[in-house]
Design a protein around this ligand. Structure first.
Ligand SMILES: [Zn+2]
Length: 700
């Protein structure tokens, strides 16, 4: 590590058009908070800034749809996001917002400086204009028919049905979402930032000087730079955002990705009069925590802007995480496929540390990872409760039983190998944890802490202090033996308690509210959590009396997990999927991409007969089918309830995908899928052999 005098940490600005979900937390807020809490414990000069990103097209669209002003939209979501972050103990020094005056001024000044230095290219282009609404239309404001798949509601930048990225020119029958009018082309002027001029410098700075960046970050930068950079428009036609600070530019604002990162600077200004120390002095270490979708903006565009401006430091590191998926599917705000943080905190009150734990243990640090409720329960119950919580609880219970609720002395003369080994582990963990955190490897650091608690459990198990106490009581042992036994008990409990104090220090960056509870039990002040105390063995004084144990974590029951899964599966996303399966379609679905024979050969289709069918409770679209495959009977859950009555289809032959992995739907395990044909009108028909065929016959 270079010799830095101060650290400035930023975490991505969440977009204020929806609440916070677990993907946001795992992507940047939890890792950033761990890093910051650790550096604070190290007594380093550090500031942690963030805020809501409140400009951009999706917010204006949302406002229009809800019939409210964009300010109303951002006020609503900024409050929800800020509250969720606070309740998750994400300890920003300031959490600001880009609709603040100070930000408008800062972003405006930044733009003006680049303009005055003659860095922008002024270009006139033709863009779509809505003559009825009298406004230029951003790509998102234009809808039309997708030329690739025929989806009639594709956007001017993307078709959400087939995933193609589009330009408005490609849409068939383009319409304005504002007025439904057909947009016309009109000339408009914008200011472009010539990124290509910074390409040689960026190649040197990123590719040569920052080989230490995470592989995923470095790789993405390299591919952008290898593909070559182009001028990028830094202004837009809109009335919502930071106004372009030039004469005769009514109806033009700064591009949201120009103004948003400047939000970090504005927030620091709002936080402290010393803001310039953090942004302009070379001995500042600037670290941006983000998700992978923001890499190009934080590693290429924003640094180029900072370089062009000339007064600011550049990021030392951008430890971006990959994505966190949810139950095997991409988290999506628009499809409501998410675990919303505010709802989690309602359902699991006081359990913010359990979520912080799971999101760190399962963090997408090097690749996309999957959050499942089962895994959440498993990690909470078998790691937090059974290892960490269990060790602390046992230690406190035993201490009250065997050493009168006080810290016993340590008798050096009888210390044995187990004691020495534990002491070594405590000392070593400190180094392992700090090295890992400094390298942004938070999972590794957390596992080390849990592993230390595991060693504590093993130590108690091997020492069995309760047996020695039992021996004293039962056998009326001699004074000597009894004294010796008490000394052994003392040593064991003394070390277990010092280990508990160490665990509080080490877990504090990850699970701050747990560390706080532990401080309370040990009757010590916050200062004990200073990192310099980690690895030490005299944290709790001999003879000091401690409080009774408190429960650090609680078990998560099957019932709670089932409730969460049901909630997720019953969300509009699932219904939307079913709806699109059965919907009136005016166009045939697009052909999927070509596969090789080997791909096809992996599928095992079999003929079967439906022997029983019933509706699935509380699921309008699902039928539970029993299917005889000849060699075995299968339960298959199928989304055909709106098309067929259960009694109508018993006895029908069907084609089953027989080697599909089982999937639980509404608590029922579905073992396979039946093939259906869907016509353009959305009607479903069974695919079956044209004559009765033996069940189990293979289809190829
Ligand atoms: Zn399409």
């Amino acid at each position: 590590m270079k010799d830095y005098k101060r650290i400035l940490v930023t975490a991505a600005l969440p977009y204020a058009n929806g609440p916070l979900h677990i993907g946001h937390l795992a992507g940047c807020y939890i890792p950033a908070d761990i890093y910051v809490r650790y550096q604070r414990a190290q007594k380093r000069d550090i500031k942690f800034v963030g805020g809501s990103d409140e400009h951009g097209v999706p917010i204006t669209i949302r406002a229009m749809k809800e019939g409210i002003s964009p300010q109303d939209v951002v006020d609503k979501y900024h409050a929800i996001i800020k509250d969720s972050l606070e309740r998750m103990d994400v300890s920003f020094d300031i959490y600001s917002r880009t609709s603040n005056k100070i930000h408008h001024q800062t972003a405006s000044d930044f733009f003006k400086k680049l303009y005055d230095d003659g860095l922008f290219e002024e270009k006139e282009t033709e863009q779509y204009y809505d003559e009825k609404a009298k406004t230029f239309l951003a790509d998102r404001y234009i809808t039309g028919t997708c030329p690739i798949c025929g989806n009639p509601n594709a956007y001017g930048d993307q078709c959400e049905k087939c995933g193609s990225s589009l330009s408005p020119e490609q849409l068939i029958n383009p319409r304005s979402t504002l007025s439904n009018a057909t947009p016309v082309k009109k000339k408009t002027k914008h200011w472009y930032f010539p990124l290509q001029q910074y390409e040689p410098w960026l190649k040197q700075w990123v590719l040569e000087e920052h080989k230490d960046w995470k592989n995923n970050v470095y790789g993405q930068c390299k591919s952008w730079l290898d593909n070559g950079l182009q001028s990028r428009a830094m202004t837009r036609d809109s009335n919502w955002g930071v106004k372009v600070p030039l004469p005769n530019t009514e109806g033009k604002v700064l591009y949201v990705w120009f103004d948003a990162p400047i939000g970090y600077i504005s927030a620091t200004k709002e936080l402290t009069d010393q803001w310039a120390d953090y942004w302009c002095k070379k001995d500042t270490k600037l670290v941006h925590f983000i998700g992978k979708d923001n890499i190009v903006f934080h590693c290429i565009i924003f640094p180029a802007m900072l370089k062009a401006h000339g007064n600011f430091v550049l990021p030392d590191n951008v430890p971006a995480n990959e994505f966190l998926n949810l139950e095997g599917d991409k988290i999506s705000t628009s499809r409501n496929w998410a675990v919303w943080v505010d709802e989690y905190l309602e359902d699991f009150g006081g359990m913010q540390d359990s979520l912080r734990y799971v999101l760190t243990a399962n963090a997408p640090e090097t690749k996309d990872n999957d959050f499942t409720w089962k895994d959440f329960q498993e990690r909470n119950n078998s790691e937090l409760v059974a290892i960490f919580g269990n060790f602390v609880n046992r230690t406190f219970v035993l201490m009250h039983k065997l050493t009168k609720g006080k810290v016993p002395p340590f008798h050096n003369e009888i210390a044995d190998e187990l004691d020495k080994e534990l002491i070594k582990s405590i000392e070593k963990s400190k180094t392992v944890v700090e090295d890992a955190i400094e390298q942004y490897k938070f999972r590794e650091a957390l596992f080390e802490v849990i592993d230390l608690a595991r060693k504590g459990n093993k130590y108690l198990q091997e020492k069995e202090p309760w047996k020695k106490a039992q021996g004293n009581k039962e056998h009326g042992t001699s004074q000597n033996t009894s004294g010796q036994n008490q000394k052994l008990i003392d040593n064991c409990m003394h070390l277990a308690l010092q280990l508990t104090a160490n665990l509080a220090i080490l877990i504090n960056p990850f699970l701050p509210s747990t560390a706080k509870k532990m401080l309370h039990m040990m009757k010590v002040v916050d200062k004990m959590l200073d990192w310099e105390n980690a690895g030490k063995l005299k944290l709790l004084s001999v003879g000091y009396s401690l409080r009774p144990p408190e429960l650090l974590f609680r078990k998560v029951e099957d019932e709670e997990i089932k409730k969460q899964i049901d909630k997720l599966k019953g969300s509009p996303k699932e219904t939307a999927m079913n709806a699109s399966e059965s919907n009136q379609q005016t166009n045939q679905a697009a052909l999927k991409s070509t596969i090789q024979y080997d791909d096809f050969a992996k599928l095992d289709f079999r003929v079967g007969t439906i022997t029983a069918a019933e509706k699935v409770e509380k699921a309008d679209k699902l039928l539970k089918l029993e299917i005889d495959l000849g060699f075995e009977k299968r339960t298959v859950v199928s989304g055909i309830a709106l098309h067929f009555k259960p009694e109508e289809i018993i006895g029908k032959q069907v084609t089953v995908v027989a080697n599909l992995a089982p999937r639980k739907m509404r608590g029922i395990e579905s073992n396979g899928m039946i093939l259906m044909a869907e016509d353009a009108g959305g009607k479903l028909k069974f695919i079956n052999p044209d004559e009765q065929t033996a069940n189990g016959s293979s289809v190829s």
